[in-house]
Each structure stands twice: as C-alpha cells, then as structure tokens.
Design a protein around this ligand. Sequence first.
Ligand code: FES
Ligand SMILES: [Fe+2]
Length: 418
Amino acid sequence: MPKTAHPRKSNRHWTVKGKTDKVLCSGIKGCSPHFDRPDKDRRMFRSVLPADAYLDDRYIDLENQRIFQKLWVFAGIRSTLSKKNAFLTRTIGGVPVVVTTVDGITIRAFENQCRHRQMPLQSAAFGNRPMVCPYHAWSYDQDGKLRAVANAHLYQMRQSEKDSIGLREFAVRVIGNLIFVNLSENPLPIEEQFDPKMLAEVAECSSFMDARYAYTSFEVNYNWKLGYENAVDYNHVPFVHPSSVYKLWKKEGPDHQQNAFSEDMTWDLEETAHATAALPDLSCSRMVGFVLEPRPYTPLMRRYGDKDIHHTWFMYPNMGFGTIVGEWFVIQQYEPIAPDRTRFHLWTTTAQSVDHRKDFLALKRSVMEAEKRVVDEDVPLLEGLQRSLYRGCSPALLGAYERPIARIGKWYRDNVMA
Ligand code: FES
Ligand SMILES: [Fe+2]
C-alpha cells in the first residue's frame, strides 16, 4: 500500500510505519504549543480545536468573516435557474444573497437587500420573478444597477445619484450543476480551495443530476463543524446507521470500500503534529461499494458510472455532494446560525431519464425520505455531543483515520483563531 504523500513534507519529520512503531527522525522545531508532541509510543493526538470553538458566540463572527465571507460556498443547483428571472436565496456568512438569472443563461449573485431601505428583494427560497423590491417597487437590472424608481418625484433623486446606485455583486463559479458563490472582494481561485481533480469529478458527476429535485431544510441543535466532521467520519456508520446505510455497504470483494476502511493507515506524525494544513486538504472524497437489488428503472436512466458505488465529495467548509450507485444524488449543507444551532439543508434527486415520459418523482421522494431517515439517526447523537461540551473540557482525541478532522482543526487554528 503506498504511503500517503504530503505536499509540505520536509526533512524534519516523524514517520511511524505500520506496526513497527519505528520513529525515523526526531526533533521538534517550531512545533506549536497547541499540539500534543509526538513520541514513539503515542499514536493518538489531541485536536487543536478547544471546546470554545463549538460554544462561543465570538467564533460565529470570526467564522463568518474568515470562512464564509472569504471562501467559495455552495449556493444551489444550476439547473434550477434555467428560466428567465429564476432565483434562489441563501444566507452566506450572515449576508443575504440572491442568485439569479435574467436570461436563463448567465448566473449572477447579489446582496439580497434593496439599496433603499434594505428590504430583501426576493423573500422566497426559490422562485421566478424580476428583481423588484416588494416595499416601494425600486427595480434592478441584470447587472444589479438601479433601473427604475416608482413614484420617483417623492425622492427628488438626481440622475447622477440614480446612476451610482447598485447592488453589491459576488463572484460565482458553476461547477457542473453546482453553483458556488464567494463573498470576498478578492476571491481566491476556486482551484486553490478545491483540488482541480475533485472539481473535475464533481463537475462530471453533478451533470448527471435531473433538474427536478426534492429539498428540505430544518434546524439542528449542534455546531455546524460537528456536521462536517461527522460527514467525513465513516467509522460511525456501523454503530449509528447499522440497519440503514451500513446494511447496504459491501463488506468484501472488489470496490467494497475505497478510501474507507481499506485506506492506507500509515500515520505521518509530522503532518499530524505541527504542519499547517492547506485549503484543498480540508476536502476529501470517499467511495464505498453498495449491495443493492437490481432496479427495474436502471435502464431508463442516464446513469453516472456503471458500478454500485456510493461516492461522496466533502467540500469544505460545509457541504457534501454524493451519488448513490450513479442513480440517486444527495447534497447536504450545514449553515451556522449560532454556536449550538445549525440549519441543515438537504437536496436529493435522481439521474436524468432517457424516456421523457418517466420523471421518477416518486423515486425522488423516496430518496429524500431515506436520506432524511439517515440524517435523523445522526441528529440526536450530535445534539448529545454538543450538550456534553463545556468550556475548558479536554479536546477530542484523534487517531489515524481522522486525519481530515485533524487537518480542519489546524487550518481553523491558523486562519480563524489566529
Ligand atoms: S426598501 Fe426597497 S424600494 Fe424601499
Ligand atoms: Fe451519519
């Protein structure tokens, strides 16, 4: 099994090989005081994230500024914006955002706040209407510029003032069928946030999604970071989802579990102990073989791939996109509301039909019901975890398979807490 490469590997590193516990190098220069220092007898590491990061209001403000208003954040599904004046609204980093299209082709994102008295221009989560404020009917054009003012004589506005009024616009990148928005004035290239290989896979897979989908959102009583950490933690599945997801996991043979229990468990202690983490390291993908009965509708679908594999891409900071056997698609997103409250968004759909008479609506509904049942198995556990945290409690202990969680903690320490 090849050893996992690490892009910032230097001469100064520790490596524990397999079962030998052999420390090849030693020396700890520049090691952060936050870390447990590695030694040859120790494999587990304390998370660098204090419980405060899951409890304290000030982290919500820091996260809004340094994560959600700075990084690319998933905003919605491209194929839902194919008609003129279609829109969707989201809150990203505490900022109301409307993603819209005037012509059904070009996707733009603006602050969803009228420049007059700050009314949301669009109130619904999704819809189809031009950008006209419902309060006093100011309207905006496709570039977000103020186009017309109703009862203009009441304002005594000069033409030069009118020409200067417009909505704040945000950067948009469409990856296959997924829309990402970046609120920063100087957005980093999305390829610096996500590995280009991952972006290419997500673009291809999401292009198989049907345009009609099921959506729900609901509040859960735990920190959004627990949602993402739980999603990348595949080792909870046998214990929390024994009769739902785990029952379907292929336990042996080819394709049974890739990047999951069969992954290389060589534990690079330098990586764990004191290297910083780069943004693309915070996202990862996982493939697990599924055992399913043959589906009669499979030949009627434009299926992604031809294997019974559950493939998920976890895209930091707060979304997971996956396909189950190339026929069902699921998107989860964890939007922070308060330290102990998160809005959970869930989208499900099927692959496109090759027969225009088949829309798979009943199947779309049942995929949503099945996915919601799985989420409902996680929620009470994570709510209990959140309740057990208190200021000053010992940080989490992480082992080899929890590398993605360790990296997230380090990046957060260096970029949010610093
Ligand atoms: S608040 Fe929008 S027109 Fe007045
Ligand atoms: Fe789970």
